[in-house]
Design a protein around this ligand. Structure first.
Ligand code: NAP
Ligand code: ZN
Length: 349
């Protein structure tokens, strides 16, 4: 069966309409009519092969929400008409220790990404949510419990939400924690909302003077424009935890210096070019840590979605048509996103 999609044929090409194949639902599969799909900076990195290894044609999109239109004979968790989501993974080995523990993102045999992952389906690699329909094993489909009218703004939770939620939970952020969120884009604005909802004292770090008021409205207790050395210095040695979502190479020392003893800087941004090596003295003298975190497991993605539904949390979005994906990418590169672009997939018809 074919479905309409938007993709690119090479790293330097613009998005265009494509007809792609989707498999008929197998016994464990859920077929989903995609209503909306968020635009993640990883989509841009991949479409332009900034990380290398992109397979073309490339159809990005891993912040998928929509409605179940068919189910396989053995599907037990979903029925036709359910409102569902799909995030960054569509499969994993399901038999290694990590999968058994609910950490599919750490699958020892490699999870299958929602796009650019190897698959037996044509054309040999997965094609993502910039499309009208997708077929996914039920184990990788999430229930969406938000009101239906919020659906477009739920889409970004499937990547921006879980990628910030997972480290916040792993490092036990909550009341009493002083948390920094660096880069107020798609991931960063969710990091601010989620850490505020978890009860932390939240400081937003932005390079954009114009985001000061917005960051407060998103839930930050304080906002620091990171280009301003005096504002940065005022927070020296004070953070338990800093989440860095910046999509470009930058100086990490500016942030490690702000950690207290045993504080943790978690990198989730994956820039095309490496960060300059951090100052090791600064790490040693206060036993500070720099680490990273990838997306999140399926069970914790459902936990995050349910937490957000319960607390009325969604993403702040700007809806775009499929024909404007290139324009959205250009604005994303200028940090001009308030705070996530979401494609209205009905515009692909
Ligand atoms: P985004 O919406 O473009 O946000 C990135 C933000 O970083 C910008 O809005 C900007 O915020 C700041 N920024 C951009 N360029 C900068 C520069 N040169 N110096 C300092 N700050 C800069 O991107 P996103 O979708 O949130 O994704 C962020 C990164 O996370 C990407 O690299 C993406 O691939 C990665 N990612 C990783 C995972 C994972 O599993 N670890 C999952 C999803 C995405 P201000 O205007 O506030 O400075
Ligand atoms: Zn993403």
């Amino acid at each position: 069966m074919t479905t309409r999609a938007y993709g690119v044929h090479a790293a330097d090409k613009s998005f265009e309409a494509l007809e792609i194949a989707r498999r008929a639902p197998g016994p464990h599969d859920v077929q989903i009519e995609i209503a909306y799909c968020g635009i993640c900076h990883s989509d841009l990195h991949t479409a332009r092969s900034e990380w290398g290894g992109t397979r073309y044609p490339c159809v990005p999109g891993h912040e998928i929400v929509g409605t179940v239109s068919a189910i396989g004979s053995d599907v037990s968790k979903f029925k036709v008409g359910d409102t569902v989501g799909v995030g960054c993974m569509v499969d994993s080995c399901q038999h290694c220790a990590e999968c058994a523990a609910g950490f599919e993102q750490f699958c020892e045999n490699g999870f299958t990404g929602t796009y650019n992952g190897r698959t037996p389906d044509a054309p040999g690699h997965t094609l993502g949510g910039y499309s009208q329909r997708i077929v996914v094993d039920e184990k990788f489909v999430l229930q969406v419990r938000h009101p239906r009218e919020q659906l477009a703004a739920v889409a970004p939770l499937l990547c921006a939400g879980i990628t910030t939620w997972s480290p916040l939970r792993h490092w036990k952020v909550g009341p009493g924690s002083k948390v920094g969120i660096v880069g107020i884009g798609g991931l960063g604005h969710m990091g601010v909302k989620l850490s505020a909802a978890l009860g932390a004292h939240v400081v937003a770090f932005t390079t954009s003077e114009g985001k000061r008021a917005d960051a407060r409205a998103l839930g930050a207790d304080e906002v620091v424009v990171s280009r301003n050395a005096a504002e940065m210095k005022a927070h020296a040695n004070s953070f338990d935890f800093i989440l860095d979502t910046v999509a470009a190479s930058h100086d990490l020392d500016a942030f490690t210096k702000l950690l207290r003893r045993d504080g943790t800087l978690v990198l989730v941004g994956i820039p095309e070019h490496p960060h300059p090596s951090p100052n090791i003295g600064s790490l040693i003298m206060k036993r500070r840590r720099i680490t990273g975190s990838p997306i999140g497991g399926i069970a914790e993605t459902q936990e995050m979605l349910d937490f957000c539904a319960e607390h009325g949390i969604v993403s702040d979005i700007e809806m775009v048509s499929a024909q404007d994906i290139d324009k959205a990418y250009a604005r994303m590169l200028k940090s001009d996103v308030k705070y996530r672009f979401v494609i209205d997939n009905a515009t692909m018809a």
